[in-house]
Design a protein around this ligand. Structure first.
Ligand SMILES: [Zn+2]
Length: 361
């Protein structure tokens, strides 16, 4: 008998909402409960019965957007860091997770560290069996969000591998984007609580102050210098202040404009894309995952918009380095397609890589 099992409800084998279930020490602990991609897609929890707790890695929709399913799961308490908890809807029994250090979930020890990906976001290492590491989404490259590398070994590692075998650096991403930043009016539909402020900081650091924000971006940048400061890199205050001072509201096509949401399905970017889809200006660049049947998908297909990835997940070499440190006897790559399995298996050897729906702990 092992220490328990990890059930991969959703998010492994195909891009989809995050939802996993740890069963150990007589407890059933859900890790994340997302919605999409694509928008509207929820994990199938119909036959799961009740769970004892939900633990949230960070506040992005594909990790927390399924909270309305909690009633069907026995309305358990929700564990989240303070920064993530503040962004959640009311009506849940919230319990604390540290942003870094040691805590507990239903009496089970958990170590956390910042994930370099989102305000309040953490990876989680549970003291179950030889250790269970769940990274949620993570990145080692962010110029805004700080990252604390997991150092403890874990026998099972459930790792964000959103980019599969992709290997380009953030520097290369900037080199691709830079010519468009200098050329004329540019609209970047972005998540305000993710890569939006990161890209804006990079634009500013390269000397461009002709920057325009929607309300969501203005608020997010203020929060990074205020209530979410603990998730940001140490030396960031001056840059954040300069960015807030430079950014003006979006009106006409001008400078570099940042607006949420990332795929244009909601928020200011939805309206701006409707307004400018059939105009020659501004240039439009999408930088994140492109779900089918979204304005992002439509405008890229028609040639009106470009796609240039901005890294917010690990490259293959980042995943390989983490696996070397953690030395798991099972690696579960999450948030990528099953077709990536052979490449990941080769790159992460000798660690066994699996996408089986139930993994022994
Ligand atoms: Zn995320």
């Amino acid at each position: 008998m092992g220490a328990g099992v990890l059930r991969l409800i959703s998010g492994v084998g195909a891009k989809g909402p995050a939802c996993f279930l740890l069963e150990a020490a007589g407890k059933r602990i859900m890790l994340d409960l997302g919605e999409g991609p694509p928008p509207g897609l929820l994990p199938d929890v119909a036959d799961l019965g009740t769970i004892d707790a939900l633990v949230l890695s960070h506040g992005h929709k594909d990790h927390v957007g399924g909270l309305r399913l909690l009633q069907r799961l026995g309305t358990p308490p929700v564990y989240a860091t303070d920064i993530v908890a503040r962004s959640l809807p009311q009506g849940f029994e919230l319990r604390p997770l540290p942003l870094g250090g040691l805590g507990e979930v239903l009496g089970i020890g958990v170590a956390t560290g910042r994930n370099g990906h989102a305000p309040g976001g953490v990876w989680l290492h549970f003291a179950i069996g030889g250790g269970v590491l769940y990274t949620g989404d993570w990145s080692v490259e962010s110029g805004l969000y700080d990252y604390d590398p997991p150092a403890q070994s874990a026998s099972v590692a459930l790792l964000d591998c959103s980019y599969g075998a992709y290997q380009k650096s953030l520097g290369e991403c900037w080199n691709a984007l830079a010519p468009l930043v200098g050329r004329g009016p540019l609209l970047l539909p972005v998540p305000a609580d993710g890569r939006g402020p990161e890209i804006a900081l990079e634009v500013l650091r390269h000397g461009c102050t002709d920057i325009f924000f929607d309300e969501a971006m203005s608020k997010a940048v203020r929060q990074m210098g205020g209530t979410a400061r603990a998730s940001a890199r140490v030396d960031i205050d001056e840059d954040l202040q300069a960015l807030s001072a430079a950014a003006k509201p979006i009106s006409a096509p001008r400078g570099v404009m940042f607006a949420a949401s990332a795929d244009g399905t909601s928020g200011a970017s939805k309206n701006l894309l409707e307004r400018w889809e059939h105009e020659s200006e501004p240039a439009i660049v999408f930088t994140g995952y492109r779900a089918p049947d979204t304005p992002a998908d439509r405008l890229i297909k028609s040639g009106r918009a470009h796609f240039l990835r901005w890294n917010v997940h690990p490259r293959l070499s980042d995943v390989a380095a983490l696996v070397k440190t953690v030395k798991p006897r099972a690696v579960i790559p999450a948030f990528c397609d099953r077709s990536q399995l052979p490449d990941l298996t080769r790159a992460l050897a000798p660690a066994p890589v699996t996408m089986d729906p139930v993994v022994e702990l």
